[in-house]
Design a protein around this ligand. Structure first.
Ligand code: UDX
Length: 474
C-alpha cells in the first residue's frame, strides 16, 4: 500500500522583513522535521524574495516546500514599508476571501496536496477566523517578544485600571502596575509607542486589544524566544494561554539543526534588499570587539536632523562603526546625504543593507546600536553582543527596557536623539562599561546555546510542536 504523504502546513507571515525572515527559518525547521510546507506571502514580498534572497535555490533540497503568493489588494506602487496599517486594512478586506478560497480548494497546497494545518502570524488576525470556519487547526506564531505580547494581552486591564490613555506630554516615568510580572521596571515610556496617543480608540490599541481573546482560541502559540530569556513573563502568559511553544532563537536553532545533520551550512539570505558583503571584508581588518554595528532594521525611518545627530555622536565617540542606512530610511530624502558617505572613511563604513547575522557573529563587532526589533535583539543576544537601544515603534519600546533593566545587556536610549548623549552612550558601551556588558552578554549567549543543545528547552518545544502538528493533521 502506498504511504500517505507527510502533512502539509501552510505558513503565513506578516508582510515584513523581520517576520518573513524568522518564519522562513521555522519553515526550514519543519521541513527538516519531515513536514511539507507551503510558504504563503503577499505578491509584493514574493517579488522581493525572488529578486534578492536565495530562498528558491536554498529550498531545492526540500521537495515538499512551496513558495506561493497572494494579493494584498494594493496597487504595485503603494509605499507599503512605512504604511503597514494600510496594508493590514487592505489584507482584511481583499486577502481574507482569497485565503479562504485557498484553504478550501484542493490545490491549496500550491500543487503539493491538501493543507492540514495553518501556522499564521497572529498580527494578521483574519487567518484564525478563516481556519475556524474551514475547520483546519491553526497555530498562532508571534515574531515579537513574549514580553511585548504580554503587554498586548494586558491592554484591556491597562484601560480598565485607568493607566491608559496618556499622552507624550504626560510624565512618562510613571510606573505601570497592570502588567503582572513587569511591575518592577515597566514605565509609561516603555509601553508600545501607540499607547501615548491619548486615545483608547486608537487603531493600534483596537488592533492589539484582542490578543487576550484571540491567542487562546488557537491550537497553540509559537514564540521565537527561549525559556531562559523570558521565563517570568512566560509563566504569566501560560496562565492565560497554556499551550506555548518557545522554539527560538529561530535563526540559530536552524543552524544548530543543520549542523547536527552533518549538512554544510548554506548561505541563509532571506533578505528583501541586496546585501553589501564587502562590509565583512572591511570588518576583517578591524581589531576584535572594536566596531559598533548600527542598524535600525527594515522599517524605521529617521529625519535628516536625527541622522546628523547620530553621525556626529558616532564620529565624536572616536569608535569604529559599521552603519546600515537603507535608501528609504531618511524621511524626505531619496539618497543618503553625501557628507556621510564621504566622511570619516577610516573609522566608519556605511552600507545600504548588511548580512546582519554574519556581521553580529564577526569577532570585530563589540556592540550594536539597534532599534530593538525582535529579530535584531535575538541575533545580538545569541552572539553575545551588548546593545544600545533606540526603539522606534511597536514591541521595540518594551524590548529595549528588558535589555537594560531585566537582562543588563546594554543601554536604553529611548526618547533621546542628541549628539552628546549618543557620543557618551557609545563610549560607555564600547569603553567605560565594556567589561560589565561583555560579561552579561556572554552569559546570556551561553543560555541561548544551552536552549539549543541536547535536551535544551527550545529543542524539546520544537519536537513537541512537530508531534502535535502530525497528531492534529490526521
Ligand atoms: C519589525 C519590527 O521592527 C520588529 O520589532 C518586530 O519584532 C518584527 O517586525 P524590523 O523592523 O525589520 O521588523 O526589525 P527586526 O525584527 O530586527 O528584523 C530585521 C531583520 O532584518 C533581522 O533579521 C536582521 O538580521 C535583518 N537585517 C537588518 C539584515 O539582514 N540586514 C540589515 O542591514 C538590517
Amino acid at each position: 500500500m502506498a504511504q500517505s504523504p507527510p502533512p502539509r502546513v501552510l505558513i503565513f507571515p506578516l508582510p515584513l522583513q523581520g517576520p518573513v525572515n524568522s518564519m522562513l527559518k521555522l519553515s526550514e525547521l519543519l521541513c527538516l522535521g519531515g513536514l511539507h510546507v507551503t510558504f504563503l506571502v503577499t505578491d509584493h514580498i514574493d517579488a522581493r524574495l525572488r529578486r534578492f534572497s536565495n530562498v528558491q535555490s536554498r529550498f531545492h533540497s526540500y521537495p515538499g516546500f512551496r513558495l506561493q503568493s497572494i494579493s494584498d489588494g494594493l496597487p504595485e506602487n503603494h509605499p507599503r514599508g512605512d504604511k503597514f496599517l494600510e496594508v493590514f486594512e487592505s489584507m482584511k478586506v481583499h486577502t481574507k476571501p482569497l485565503f479562504k478560497e485557498l484553504l478550501q480548494s484542493s490545490g491549496g497546497g500550491g500543487g503539493g496536496g491538501r493543507i492540514s494545518c495553518v501556522i499564521a502570524d497572529g498580527g494578521l488576525g483574519f487567518p484564525l477566523d478563516v481556519a475556524e470556519e474551514v475547520g483546519i487547526p491553526l497555530f498562532i506564531v508571534r515574531t515579537i517578544s513574549a514580553a511585548c505580547l504580554w503587554v498586548f494581552f494586558c491592554l484591556p486591564q491597562l484601560i480598565q485600571s485607568g493607566e491608559l490613555p496618556f499622552t507624550g506630554n504626560d510624565d512618562l516615568d510613571v510606573m505601570i502596575k497592570s502588567v503582572p510580572g513587569m511591575e518592577r521596571y515597566l514605565r509609561r515610556r516603555d509601553l508600545p509607542y501607540f499607547c501615548r496617543s491619548g486615545n483608547v480608540a486608537d487603531p493600534s490599541i483596537e488592533l492589539y486589544k484582542c490578543e487576550s481573546t484571540n491567542n487562546p482560541r488557537a491550537t497553540g502559540l509559537i514564540l521565537n524566544t527561549f525559556e531562559e530569556l523570558e521565563s517570568p513573563i512566560l509563566s504569566q502568559m501560560r496562565g492565560a494561554c497554556p499551550n506555548i511553544y518557545t522554539i527560538g532563537p529561530l535563526h540559530a536553532h536552524l543552524k544548530a539543526k543543520l549542523a547536527a545533520t552533518g549538512a554544510s551550512l548554506p548561505d541563509f539570505s532571506n533578505s528583501l534588499w541586496e546585501e553589501d558583503r564587502f562590509c565583512l571584508v572591511w570588518l576583517d581588518d578591524q581589531p576584535p570587539k572594536s566596531v559598533l554595528y548600527v542598524s535600525f532594521g527594515s522599517l524605521a525611518t529617521v529625519t535628516r536632523a536625527q541622522l546628523m545627530e547620530f553621525w556626529h555622536g558616532l564620529v565624536n565617540s572616536g569608535q569604529r562603526f559599521l552603519w546600515v542606512i537603507r535608501q528609504d530610511s531618511v524621511a524626505g530624502e531619496s539618497q543618503v546625504p553625501m557628507e556621510l558617505l564621504q566622511g570619516s572613511k577610516e573609522r566608519g563604513f556605511v552600507v545600504n543593507w548588511a548580512p546582519q547575522e554574519e556581521v553580529l557573529a564577526h569577532p570585530a563587532v563589540g556592540g550594536f546600536l539597534t532599534h530593538s526589533g525582535w529579530n535584531s535583539t535575538l541575533e545580538s543576544v545569541y552572539e553575545g553582543v551588548p546593545m544600545i537601544c533606540w526603539p522606534y515603534f511597536l514591541d521595540q519600546q518594551v524590548n529595549s527596557r528588558l535589555v537594560e533593566e531585566e537582562w543588563k545587556l546594554g543601554i536604553d536610549m529611548k526618547d533621546t536623539c542628541d549628539r552628546s548623549v549618543i557620543e557618551k552612550t557609545v563610549r560607555n558601551l564600547m569603553e567605560v562599561r565594556k567589561d560589565e556588558f561583555q560579561r552579561s552578554a556572554a552569559q546570556m549567549a551561553s543560555s541561548a546555546k544551552t536552549s539549543l543543545g541536547d535536551g535544551g528547552s527550545s529543542v524539546s518545544h520544537l519536537e513537541r510542536l512537530i508531534q502535535d502538528i502530525k497528531a492534529k493533521s490526521v
